[in-house]
Design a protein around this ligand. Structure first.
Ligand SMILES: [Zn+2]
Length: 253
């Protein structure tokens, strides 16, 4: 499949970047990545493979409509979800995609989203396990956080991984788009982890690394005193500033 090869290479490189041990974003089989591939398909990490050492054999091409269709089912048993994951594969000999492939497929249908990265960063999860999670999602602390992570993140209340989580992510993202008028770059899963979206693998990586940095700064500020956030108008100004648009473009966001 020559048409898919460049996307696969970019997806593997993104996975290796997110899996770097010293970044503390994911260990063992944690996290997953995906990309829009051919006509109506996506490439997604297979269940159980490792981000740091991911190879083409650990990536499965799936049909988007098969996965997105499951979001509209009120309730499916685990066996039915597994069946849906298996039948969504383009190549029936490919490995089973991660159960999180369902939310990846949904996010890849959003305008301008071509790559998605999901990790469990220590610094972000530390905050998502506290009462500070809503402020971390809604507010911004420094300008580059606005540039790389967008003016606001989506916060998804804790839900067990699987189809229910994918449905909760869809609900929260749709509510966010209705309220703010823009697609998110960062989605925070309470007591679970981080999802970042972008047009390029670089945008996904930058949003991940900047969300981690923001979490570290937020945590440090909360330990010293009360965090002081940028005002709404400061955030809006930075999000709309022409030179910041230039920087976003230069960073491939
Ligand atoms: Zn996860």
């Amino acid at each position: 499949m020559p048409a898919v090869t460049p996307v696969l290479d970019r997806l593997l490189e993104l996975s290796h970047q997110l899996g770097r041990e010293e970044r503390k974003l994911a260990i063992l089989g944690e996290g997953n990545t995906s990309a829009r591939a051919g006509e109506g398909t996506l490439l997604v990490k297979a269940s159980g493979s490792n981000l740091a050492t991911l190879t083409a054999a650990g990536v499965t091409e799936c049909r988007m409509d098969g996965l997105v269709g499951m979001l509209h089912e009120r309730s499916l048993s685990d066996a039915e979800v597994d069946g849906g994951l298996f039948t969504s594969r383009v190549d029936p000999k490919a490995r089973k995609p991660s159960v999180e492939a369902v939310f990846h497929a949904f996010l890849l249908t959003l305008p301008g989203v071509h790559f998605v990265g999901h990790t469990h960063p220590v610094a972000v999860n530390r905050l998502l396990c506290t009462r500070h999670a809503p402020a971390f999602a809604r507010r911004r602390i420094f300008p580059d956080e606005v540039v790389c992570c967008g003016p606001e993140s989506v916060l998804v209340p804790y839900t067990d991984p699987g189809l229910k989580l994918a449905q909760a992510i869809r609900r929260a993202v749709q509510a966010h788009v209705r309220r703010t008028g823009f697609s998110p770059r960062v989605i925070l899963l309470e007591n679970h982890g981080l999802v970042t979206l972008g047009a390029t693998p670089e945008a996904v990586l930058v949003a991940t690394l900047m969300a981690v940095k923001a979490a570290e700064i937020f945590g440090g500020a909360a330990a010293i005193g009360t965090p002081r956030f940028l005002s709404r108008s400061q955030v809006a100004r930075i999000a709309g500033r022409p030179d910041e648009h230039y920087r976003q473009k230069a960073l491939g966001l």
